[in-house]
Design a protein around this ligand. Structure first.
Ligand code: GDP
Length: 501
């Protein structure tokens, strides 16, 4: 192990001895690789990574009701493929560029806001389909308030429509239906609603409580009505958040921009994100330097339900990570350290599992080797040495065989069968050598010494070996069916049975 350690940790100056405590999991892994997992390596319980349970950042306690203010809904668009999710999002994004003078180029930051003339807003997650919904739900960071279920009126309810309904219901997120492609001739809105009802989505027109808005994403028809319906839904749900206090949110997407560097979109869920705020998210943290909206506008602050692209990350977080504000860079560093240690701990536990699995595999290997040894004993495999002499002492008629096979399994299977012919009272079957791989010059040598027959199962013998075998009059018998090989052995035995007088 010490040698393996020195090898695994070439760059280190450490002189390893038996008291050295190793923390680096990579080195432990390498040592394991080298040592063939013959040792059980466990983390030293006295030297475990110290974790202070109180050092992670945690969300603030709930705000008092009077601090809560209405916030826009966060909406995710779902539905069957080709029913118009992307077209709808594009159309909505276009309408979101209110201030054309400003430049009016929407950036893809993973989410955008649509503003109504009334001042009401709706935030749309920009990735259509299940992916956005599920990734935002993972790690408990539920970001979606309403699912807009897009159903093409010409196609009706399809497989992924049903799937989307199931997912929304499971997550307890209300659905608003956008019946799309109403510009197409001959579409039947009512039929679409009826088939939705069969799947438990009962629209208002059919006496239920689900709003259904007929739209044409392509012709940008009725989109404002859709957004209004969403704001109404938000009011019904009494969506509120505290714009004060520490910021909480979720990372919508994170990327390394070639020009601006580490960049991540944060959807603020509580508090107000401002320049200068220090935030942690997963294993990333930032001192917010620049906040940019999907319209490319630099803003000073982002209240709840606002998606903003954030610059200032020291380490990038991952999409779905929970964002929490902390009070200083020092605190952010502490949190990062805590989380790093926590990860190391988890990794250690995972490593231990791997070690145990490998140990089990090693044990199995050991037992197989024992079984093989036992088999060798049964066949009286002779030790290395003056074989010629030994065989001359034995006057009993003997069939000596060498078995070569393609894999361990086949060789073992053959040995198992041959075992039943062992200790034959008239002819002794003597397995003088066996192994995996083609017939080798060494096999020929052994065969010559023992006057053995070589059985090759599913393996070949190189031409020079054949020549040598022929010269020494050693039979190499090739088979690829076990019972035929065994039959041949039986024939060879019967040939050697002494004739009764
Ligand atoms: P997605 O797979 O759900 O994102 O569907 P897309 O947005 O890619 O739309 C699929 C096809 O339907 C495209 O050819 C769109 O142009 C077309 N489409 C989308 N919305 C409408 C609509 O309102 N009316 C018509 N006639 N076609 C539409």
């Amino acid at each position: 192990i010490l040698q393996a350690l020195e090898f695994a940790d070439k760059s280190s100056e450490i002189n390893y001895n038996k008291d050295t405590v190793i923390h680096n999991p990579q080195i432990i892994r390498d040592v394991l690789k080298i040592c063939g997992h013959r040792y059980k390596i466990v983390p030293n319980p006295d030297k475990e990574v110290e974790v202070d349970e109180n050092k992670d950042a945690v969300p603030s306690p709930p705000s008092p009701p009077e601090a809560l203010k209405p916030r826009p809904p966060v909406v995710c668009v779902m539905g069957h493929v080709d029913h118009g999710k992307t077209t709808l999002l594009d159309a909505l994004r276009d309408t979101s560029v209110v201030d054309q003078e400003f430049g009016g180029i929407t950036q893809h930051i993973g989410a955008f806001e649509v503003k109504l003339p009334s001042g009401d807003k709706v935030t749309f997650l920009d990735t259509p389909g299940h992916a956005a919904f599920t990734s935002m739900r993972s790690r408990g960071a539920r970001a979606t308030d309403v699912v807009v279920l897009v159903v093409a009126a010409d196609d009706g309810v399809m497989e992924q429509t049903v799937e989307s309904i199931r997912m929304a219901k499971e997550a307890n997120v209300p659905i608003l239906v956008a019946i799309n492609k109403i510009d197409k001739p001959g579409v039947n809105i009512e039929r679409t609603m009826r088939s939705l009802a069969q799947h438990g989505v009962i629209c208002e027109a059919l006496g239920g409580d689900v709003q259904a808005i007929p739209v044409s994403a392509l012709k940008k028809k009725n989109l404002e009505t859709l957004v209004e319906a969403l704001t109404l839904q938000a009011q019904l749900m009494e969506l509120k958040a505290d714009p004060g206090g520490y910021v909480e949110g979720v990372v919508i997407e994170a990327l390394l921009d070639p020009r601006s560097g580490k960049q991540a979109t944060v959807l603020v869920q509580r508090g107000t994100l401002r320049r200068g705020c220090v935030i942690v998210a997963g294993t990333g943290w930032a001192k917010v330097r620049v906040l940019t909206t999907a319209e490319g506008q630099s803003v000073q602050e982002a209240p709840p339900s606002t998606p903003v692209s954030v610059l200032g990350w020291r380490e990038l977080p991952a999409a779905g990570d929970q964002v929490l504000e902390v009070n200083s860079e020092k605190r952010a560093n502490e949190v990062m350290k805590w989380r790093h240690n926590q990860r190391m701990k988890e990794r250690q536990a995972a490593d231990l599992q791997i070690i145990e699995a490998k140990e089990a595999a090693h044990k199995a290997e050991y037992h197989a080797a024992r079984a093989k040894k036992r088999a060798m004993g049964r066949y009286k495999l002779r030790p290395e040495g003056p074989r010629q002499k030994m065989i001359q002492e034995d006057t009993h008629p003997t069939l000596s065989v060498i078995v070569k096979g393609d894999v361990d399994g086949s060789v073992e299977a053959i040995l198992d069968i041959l075992e039943t012919y062992d200790d034959h009272d008239r002819v002794r079957l003597d397995l003088v050598h066996f192994g995996v791989g083609p017939v080798t010059p060494n096999d020929i040598e052994i065969a010559e010494a023992f006057k053995a027959v070589i059985y090759a199962f599913n393996v070949d013998s190189p031409p020079q070996v054949n020549v040598e075998a022929k010269r020494k009059n050693i039979p190499i018998k090739k088979y690829n069916i076990i019972y035929k090989l065994v039959d041949d052995v039986k024939d060879e035995i019967s040939v050697r049975i002494p004739k009764r007088q």
